[in-house]
Design a protein around this ligand. Structure first.
Ligand code: AMP
Ligand code: GLY
Length: 438
């Protein structure tokens, strides 16, 4: 036993694992940030990464649809585990491809990724297993779809069946608007699918509930509330997310029990019954009505920007957690969280989610002192001659931790004021629902 203890001591203090993170958003920067704190991590690469990940990992540019060249990079760098951040490569089957090549991957298979990649797959699974969700119909033909709208009334939610980068959902307040949105989808606006999913409008408060899943068990991986609309007061068109905070104060023990027993458990069991065990992060987008959860959507990955607030509250070694998950050993580890609140505000390029300018210089980012309570996670940025430039719609995620949400928000907004970017904008009211209840 002396030798055993000794070997463990040595392993615990040695940097011996090489990890790769796939993606280039604030989500991936925050994952790299957390991995970098682990004593177990020797080498960290990010494919392709951004100006933020470049400071803590080695960025390697690759096209995320080219699995063969990604495999080559992983082999050249002796990577032990790959963490896939975004949905598209997962839906395209990157996990299956790399696992076949004997690479350890953290992320779901192509089949399991249909939980996000196909709303019709997800809705039919809910129906079959009595998982609470909005009433729905799936159509590929205009007349039948309009009949459903007439029968169910407005408001009605019109969704593209396939992946749509956060732009496939419209809440339609009248018949005419619904007809326009349905026609667009059926006529091929989204490459991923021509099918349209129509849903009953659920009125309530949203909650993002995260789990980390392996073949034997799953564990809670944080809660958050996202702000999807571009404008203050949650107005205007949908975006990928303008800001988030964690924990979501609406979550309580009783509600969590219902989320697990009515939604997560039956979903994971259904996937097992299909012979397609789910593994990876699982993000349940929920609507809460009178302390009852309804599933709005599944995402097969961490949320962006929710990941940024969850990583800054995680009080355990992320490398150990991912290592355990890829060995189906999650039931033997403990995942700890700090009690503090975390908030992130997304600094966007003016015009987003519509057309916006790129290659605009952002000044004074280093004026934000980074420590365990304050971080600037990068999303659409790149560096040239020691200057930072934008190359996306969502550009920086200013993230702060505080004793409570008000303290976190105040720190975050004061950090934002230090950054100088004339082509940028952000929402000043992130967290308003929780703050207004204080
Ligand atoms: P999704 O991409 O499915 O998450 O939808 C984007 C956003 O639209 C959600 O975060 C909700 O705010 C809203 N939404 C989607 N489905 C519904 C629904 N059935 N009832 C009310 N709001 C919805
Ligand atoms: N922030 C929403 C998402 O990641 O889907």
């Amino acid at each position: 036993s002396f030798i055993f203890v000794h070997v463990n001591l040595i392993l615990n203090n040695l940097h011996y694992m090489n990890l790769a993170v796939i993606g280039s958003g604030g989500r991936e920067h925050s994952i790299c940030y957390k991995l970098k704190q682990s004593k177990k991590v020797k080498k960290l690469i990010c494919i392709p990464g951004n100006a933020g990940t470049q400071k803590i990992a080695k960025n390697i540019k690759e096209d995320l649809s080219n699995f063969k060249s990604i495999l080559k990079v992983l082999r050249e760098n002796n990577i032990d585990i790959v963490i896939v951040g975004p949905e598209q490569p997962l839906v395209d089957g990157i996990a299956d491809y790399l696992i076949k090549e004997n690479i350890r991957v953290f992320g779901p298979s192509k089949f399991a990724s249909k939980l996000e990649g196909s709303k019709s797959f997800m809705k039919n699974l809910c129906k079959k297993h009595n998982i609470p969700t909005a009433k729905f119909g799936i159509f590929d033909e205009l007349d039948a779809a309009l009949k459903f709208v007439r029968e169910n009334g407005v408001p009605i939610v019109v969704k593209a069946d396939g992946l749509a980068a956060g732009k496939g959902v419209s809440i339609c307040k009248n018949f005419g608007e619904a007809k326009v949105k349905i026609s667009e989808i059926i006529n091929g606006k989204f490459e991923s699918s021509n099918k349209v999913v129509l849903e009953e409008f659920l009125d309530g408060e949203e909650l993002s509930y995260f789990s980390i899943v392996d073949k034997n068990s799953y564990k809670f991986f944080g809660s958050a509330q996202d702000h999807k609309r571009v404008g203050e007061g949650d107005t205007g068109p949908n975006t990928g997310g303008m800001g988030a905070y964690s924990p979501a104060e609406i979550l309580n023990d009783n509600l969590e029990k219902k989320i697990k027993s009515k939604i997560i458990d039956p979903t994971l069991t259904a996937m097992k019954e299909l012979g397609q065990s789910y593994t990876g992060f699982l993000y349940a987008g929920l609507m809460i009505k009178k302390n009852e959860p309804y599933l709005i959507e599944y995402n097969i990955r961490m949320g962006d920007p929710e990941c940024q607030v969850i990583m800054t509250r995680l009080n355990s070694d992320l490398c150990e957690i991912i290592d355990a998950a890829t060995k189906n050993n999650l039931n033997n580890i403990e995942i700890k969280w700090i009690a503090d609140s975390s908030i992130t505000v997304v600094l966007c390029a003016k015009g987003y989610p519509g057309k916006y300018l790129k290659n605009s210089e952002i000044q004074n980012i280093p004026k934000v002192i980074s420590d365990k309570n304050n971080q600037v996670f990068h999303a659409g940025t790149y560096e040239k001659n020691n200057k930072i430039y934008s190359n996306g719609g969502r550009v920086l995620n200013i993230t702060s931790v505080g004793k409570n949400i008000i303290e976190a928000r105040d720190k975050c907004l004061s950090n934002l004021k230090k950054i100088n970017w004339i082509d940028g904008f952000y929402r000043k009211d992130i967290g308003w629902r929780a703050i207004s209840k204080k």
